[in-house]
Design a protein around this ligand. Sequence first.
Ligand code: DQQ
Length: 573
Amino acid sequence: MKISVIWVIFFSLLVFDNGIQCSHGAGRKLQSASTEQPYRTAYHFQPPKNWMNDPNGPLYYKGIYHLFYQYNPYAAVWGNISWAHSISYDLVNWIHLDHALSPEDPFDINGCWSGSTTILSREKPVILYTGSDTENRQVQNLAVPKNLSDPFLVEWVKSSHNPIMTPVDGIDPQNFRDPTTAWQGPDGLWRVLVGNRMNGHGRALLYRSQDFVSWTRSKDPLHSSTKTDMWECPDFYPVAIDGKYGVDTSSQEKFTKHVLKASFNHHDYYILGNYTPTTDNFSVDTDFMDNGSDLRYDYGQFYASKTFFDSAKKRRILWSWIQESENTTYDIKKGWSGLQSIPRSILLSKTGKQLIQWPVEEIEELRAKNVSYQSKQLKGGSILEVSGITASQADVEISFDLSNIKEAELMDPSWVDPQLICSQKTASFRGSVGPFGILVLASEDLTEQTAIFFRIFRSNGKYVVLMCSDQSRSSLREGPNKASYGAFIDIDPLYEKISLRSLIDHSIVESFGGEGRVCITARVYPKLAIDEQAYLFAFNNGTFDVTISNLNAWNMKKAQIVSATKRRKPHLN
Ligand code: DQQ
């Protein structure tokens, strides 16, 4: 293990584009990118080629995790949308199976769009999905496994009753999609939500059914908003108050709150509230505002997500589509587009005011070589190379102690938009306490770097903690979108260390600040910082010192993601 500390004086920050720069001893020789596919990931879920978008109907059934997803079998652009299907025993290693649903019938000929699974009577999984029919109307369809004794659920049969919900009674046929996992009320009836738009605004239509085939729409939607546009991929589920475990969607436990998530404006937003199953009343704590203040699952690239209840480990797991940040021409050239996030377990925070997310524990099985140290001072204007691991494929945990917190700058009351502050005060913009954090997928000369960092401000006798993911210098290539992302974190740095975990995987960086209170996912496409030529640093570009109380970084092994066709039958062990 070799850890070299390089102190960089303030002058060098000025000399080098006012950015953080370093020089260090005999490093690895800088080479130009040679790999054909430098942006394929090693431990994120992705199909071998072509286009992928929304996760659909994730479920745990008879010891196996299933993930279905929106997929174009023919190209790296959206189209011919089918439900691709993969299975896993551990949420890390996957086998691709045959497609579960293909657009072949009048009720889905123009696409088998997003939907969910529900397990009926604890043993019968069923799919509800949106079909784009012969007239391009959105309708809801049902499919069931052909053979329930097959734990891999390879073959699915579409119901002869399809479509089972149609856009009648004034429902806009172009904005009627993405049924949720259904839940059963105390009256035994199943309930499901369907995303919809009415007069330009988002709403979640509520349907009820006795038999899962005949559905009646409730007069009132479960919830609607006058502030937002169409709600895609709604999700509705209970979370335990002050609990460590996830809760089944149909659970009627008392000590829960409900989460309503909707996808709009390129982000996944959620609200919390109290749901009364006897009346189907959902009374919200705070409503969607669409003014920048709404809670998001993730403040970076993260869309059309979906949760499911894992009955094996009693947890709720969140999956999401992570889009490219590159143009379509480049997607076609590289032959694929889209990733799935690392599955995250999701809980209500102790304050009850927000959700907390954390990568599922199974991902830690991929951790290999480790570098670690404690109580390392990072002087103002300095960086520290974390060497000894493959920085393009890593898991990094770091926490900071701030003894100079009282020196934090005063917050300007006009700084209300965290993303704007992050894009104006990038990592190279010096502050007092911060920016401090890590530089990932960095080139040796630091001309390329993705900075994930914190800044501390004083405001009305309290401290405000800002977390940023700065992609402005992530690539020397011109094409990628390099917008910065940011959010305020609900942490009091007087009483708590500031912590960060980042999962780095070639072209994706998923970051979890404050133990999962703020998550930011970035797609980056470095030209130099690829494979062995990627470097990892901790940095402090504030004027005051900070201390790294703990740092642990691991090489991540490659996950086994294979196609069933290469094996006689699905088998992971
Ligand atoms: N993607 C699906 C739709 C959904 C959208 C189509 C969200 O069902 O509304 O591929 O990304």
